[in-house]
Design a protein around this ligand. Sequence first.
Ligand SMILES: Cc1cc2nc3c(=O)[nH]c(=O)nc-3n(C[C@H](O)[C@H](O)[C@H](O)COP(=O)(O)OP(=O)(O)OC[C@H]3O[C@@H](n4cnc5c(N)ncnc54)[C@H](O)[C@@H]3O)c2cc1C
Length: 510
Amino acid sequence: MDVTVAGAGPVGLVLAAELALAGATVQVLERRTEPDEGMKAGAINVPTAEALDRRGLLPAAERIQREQLLRVGPFDRRTGGGRRTTRPRFTGHFAGMVLDPDLVDWSDPDLAAHTAVAGARMVPQRELEELLAAHVARLGVTVRRGVEVTALEDTGDGVLVGTTAGPLRTGWLVGCDGGRSTVRRLAGIGFPGTGPELTGHLAVADIADPEKLAEGWVWSPRGAYRHGPQPGRVVTVEFGGAPADRSAPVTLEEVRSSLRRVSGTDVTLTALRGPATRWTDNARQAASYRAGRVLLAGDAAHVHPPFGGQGLNLGVGDAMNLGWKLGAVVTGWAPEGLLDTYDAERRPLGAWVLDWTRAQTAVMRGDAGSAALREVVADLLATRAGTTYAVKKISGVTQRVDLPGGHPLVGRYAPDLWLNDGSRPADHGHGGGFLLLDRTAQGTFARLAAAWSGRVTVVADDRATPTGVLVRPDGVVAWACDTADPVGLEAALRRWAGAPSSAPGYVPAG
Ligand SMILES: Cc1cc2nc3c(=O)[nH]c(=O)nc-3n(C[C@H](O)[C@H](O)[C@H](O)COP(=O)(O)OP(=O)(O)OC[C@H]3O[C@@H](n4cnc5c(N)ncnc54)[C@H](O)[C@@H]3O)c2cc1C
């Protein structure tokens, strides 16, 4: 195999699919024999939904959201300002302060530029993993369950990997094996950051006396809890350090006593409905996302508490960024230094997410200073500007990577661009590869890009601005312009798509 991916969580699956689309041979090794049934992410952000869209998976994701809304029932939440909202528009929360959708300025240019995937935001992690497993299966990727990576040796021209099913040789090894990554440890990559101050739980339980619990987030000197939005769903946050045994399964008694401590009630939980989850606010980032032929992505590269729902999205972003670049390396067309841009582009976003969650921990502590800070933040979030700021950050619409080029779109995720036939560029590139939108009257950009026809799909449209946009396989805009002058386009193509080639670089999705 060109590439072996350790871990079939959401990040490993997205990465495997992107590598397969880029023409690499890839296998996934997963130590679990069955998918993880634990409760984790409940929703995805805009860049993740747009990544699904670019691969033709939007209709399936929209179906999941519709089913999810039926399951959850009417949206009825109390916002940070204490108002009730029943609007199903997805906004999220900051430190438990639910962001009021009615306060958001949805006409803000950053938000208005990314609305096409609005119907695919409430996609829970378990359903997302099912969708991705079917996607990689369609692409012919083998997922070997019950196989654990236990050793590795980078030989310079490949990696010798020790597994519970025997040794194997691979060109590259990518650790998508979660926060306690074996691959990271075996590769000797440091994991600096801040240690845990709190332990959290997420569970759906049968509650004999739910009237003892208040609605929305409730704080106490010991921590906080939340009951809802659907009956029986409880979240607890307790300051007091890490749990004694982080590997032990979460029991009913553990969730019950945590909820009793933070609520100050004798509420009675009689059963857990499905596996519960335990987490901490450990916030760490790998010292490097690459050591020779070993790379890291997802939780293996960064961990932090789940406040505000960022981890899965950050990891999917890593996988989308790395997939086409590593694919280009193994299929032989990668321009000089392409793989190094993975760490350079993704590390700042990872560092931002760690700080975003640390800020929430600071606001959630039980001491008087944090309580006072919470009041200030709540006041700010009760304003239109404050809520819009937080929603833009959480939804991912302001994310950008530092790329050369003067146009404001460069380095950002491609916005919704509706074409005259009613389609969008994303509808035309489900097989991966680069997309070039050409809206010049004479097809100037298309003519220039014809030399890269194996890697670049050209979409022509009538005149409008921007007149030209070059989108990388991960959805990031590499070049854009508002005139018919192709200045900078050839340099951008050479920089990202390598030397001109009409050889097929991407395998059309099935
Ligand atoms: C309670 C909770 C709520 C969350 N909510 C959100 C949210 O709303 N939004 C959000 O974006 N994120 C959220 N997250 C974070 C999100 O769940 C993680 O960031 C995400 O699961 C990371 O995906 P991953 O593929 O990197 O790692 P994982 O999902 O941990 O997958 C790693 C896989 O690797 C396998 N593995 C481990 N070691 C080996 C080995 N040696 N060999 C082979 N396989 C191995 C594991 O079995 C596992 O299947 C939440 C997390 C928790 C705990």
